[in-house]
Write a protein that binds this ligand. Sequence first.
Ligand SMILES: [Zn+2]
Length: 706
Amino acid sequence: MGFVILSTAKAVGYRLLQPQQWPHVICDFVVHGFSRGYQTMTLKEAKQRIEKLKTLISRYRYEYHVLDKQTISDAALDSLKHELYALEQKFPEFITTDSPTQRVGGKTLAKFQKIKHTTRMLSMEDVFTPIEFQDWISRIRKLLGIQDIELFCMPKLDGLAVSLVYENGLLMHAATRGDGQNGEDVTQNVRTIESVPLKLTTLKNIDLPTRVEIRGEIFFPLNAFEKTNKRLAKEGKPLLANPRNAAAGSIRQLDSSITASRPLAFVAWDLIVEMNQKTMDEEWKILRDIGFRPVPESRICVNIADAHAQWSFLQKIREKLDYWIDGMVARVNDNSIYEQLGVVGKTPRGLIAWKFPAEEATTIVKQIQWFVGRTGALTPVALVEPTWIGGTTVQHASLHNLDEIQRLDVREGDSVILFKAGDIIPKIKNVLKELRPRNATSVKPPTLCPVCGSKIERKKGEVAMYCTNKRCFSQDKEAILHAARAFGIDGIGPQTIAALLEQKIINRPSDLFSIQPDDLLVVEGFADLSSKKLVEEIQTHKEILLANFLLSLGIRNVGEQTAIDLANAFGSLGKIVSATLEKLESVEGVGGIVAKSVKEFFSEQRNIDLLSEYERVGVKIKHENKGTNSGVFYGKIFVVTGTLEALSRDEAKNKIREAGGKSAGSVSSKTDFVVVGANPGSKLEDANRLGVKTLSEKQFLDMLGE
Ligand SMILES: [Zn+2]
């Protein structure tokens, strides 16, 4: 089953796949499908939540549409609207006509004349997850009692929707969506757009009705947008904020000459007149024939899996397009079925927008928990209602430390905006205090370790709090897990380690190498074969590079690069253990703080004991100088961020070291280059802020001569 490209598409009877035939990716999402715990909400609670959401959303909309002020990201606002919509579906008795879900667009501004749309300009319901998309299809199937539903899928342009009315082939009116019933008359301004034909093309075989209405999207091509901003900068004029606002702003100019100076473009997505079109793809053909460019990258999708593939494809190419898209619109391809499905509220049943994963979403903090790390540091973690963000279901958000909790003033029960960029753990961006329930409880820092009950202390000059018990279960667990990773051992995770610790089969990292297959049988999920396999896996990692071994010890302030620097400078573990503070400090890349941590670590008897234990169980430490002082990157410090295509991040780091460079974990003024992959996150921002040179993967490989 390949892609059916629009121009060659023929409506044939493809069957929708049965659930068991859905590709793996979709089934995966079913497992992770999310809900926001509405099942447990009382009527009163639902009503209150709906009221609060309505008030807040209306305020944001007013600020955005009337005051031209954006106080919340589109993604977060979408998320709030979506919650309201879902709640209203669950509790339809609370839907009121003033709900933001019951209207379209904003208020029409008084300065433009109103135009009444002959047929209402509807809006679309948004879905965010594959499971919601499937639910939509299931509802349609059920309503129609049929299985085969062909969809027409197109990118969802993030521009300004307009309606164009032609009479006897001539453009007579152009209007914005407005409230769906009445729009603003922007005819003069729309006439300045080259891609809007002032007169319809009449090919021989086309009978043009007297009145033709076309709907579509006006947008600011990104290329032209950048050029316009460069020009404005040169002229010392204020810059345009973003292409969407700029398109809307340009169309709603009272002075058409300003609009004319902005190279806007138009693509069509609907033909509101009877011209014998049976399906959407036929409509696309007619649109082309009468002089319009219909939304590009649109095609028929024969089933859910196919639509999912198209959605993924659009998401992949979005960066390369000359316009913003924020999702995919799927519409029932057959017009008669589409009509039959009708409209519910203000949205047609046969049409849906499946948005791309947003980097922001709103959710509710259920609880704030404290996690004890390898160093004993306590980190607060917010346990949140599962929410869909950045393409995954998220249930935890990092809160960093107590100061962060106080700065945000986040409480249990609060509604919050979560932010996720790249592969980082989501963070709480801010708290929506308007939605705070009366019983929201503020968080008190723990006085005792939540894991072992020992005293907590705050070290001088540090924000973090620490468990004072060196043998705290959680610290042990994290230390062993950290060591397993440094040794490169696969197949042993936190649960297994916790179980083995509880059974007192292991106590410290070196005990990993004494585990026998029978020991593992007490751990859930292990059988004869898998136990043997894991023990084999552990035993094959007994030989370790000095740098990795140093890393495995979890010495405070000793990261990957510092471990390499130390290993290269001393060449053996013995020399490092016996090195003086001065000697340690003199190593390039090792400062006073690191030297002190190293010295402190090896002055503790239990750590020296750990080294003898490793020796006893047969761990062999060898040294290979990982760096070189002759490579093309000699003396240069690199930071790698985001996902690279040809290399894993570790492979890239190795290449840097092989070429004499160093790889650091964070960007500072000392960094020479930041290698940027897909979804880079905050390191790219740091690089831009500090003026550090960035390299694409290709530039990086070119420098290496590969
Ligand atoms: Zn503890």
